[in-house]
Write a protein that binds this ligand. Sequence first.
Ligand SMILES: Nc1ncnc2c1ncn2[C@@H]1O[C@H](COP(=O)(O)OP(=O)(O)OP(=O)(O)O)[C@@H](O)[C@H]1O
Ligand SMILES: [Mg+2]
Length: 113
Amino acid sequence: MHMITAIIRPSSYQAVREALTQLGIQGITSTQCQGFGRQRGQTEIYRGAEYEVLEVPKLRLDVAVSGAILSQAIEAINNAARTGKTGDGKIFVTSLKEVHRIRTGEVDEAALT
Ligand SMILES: Nc1ncnc2c1ncn2[C@@H]1O[C@H](COP(=O)(O)OP(=O)(O)OP(=O)(O)O)[C@@H](O)[C@H]1O
Ligand SMILES: [Mg+2]
């Protein structure tokens, strides 16, 4: 099992959501966030000094998936969130040790789907 953390443009959310649910993914956590990539946000002059404006609004998606659909899920996010312009976002993948559905006590794969 893996946890996919995707930082995307808020405007890409509907397309990403649809693409992931079409794969049978049952849940997504979305969080409004802000960050910067290698462009370091935009710079701004204020009282003669240049400041970095680091806060670019983004959406963070956390999606737990089985290994069987990991590559399809990544492809789906890439295709749905790509505009080709800087700031499209990033996808981070980490190993997921355990999943528990609180209501039933199901664990791991049974708790994912
Ligand atoms: N190394 C990183 N660690 C954590 N978050 C990151 C990292 N790089 C980017 N992000 C997050 O992803 C968001 C979008 O990044 P962005 O798409 O600008 O990446 P980039 O590496 O600058 O690529 P591009 O050149 O396509 O813009 C950032 O606002 C930030 O929230
Ligand atoms: Mg960038």
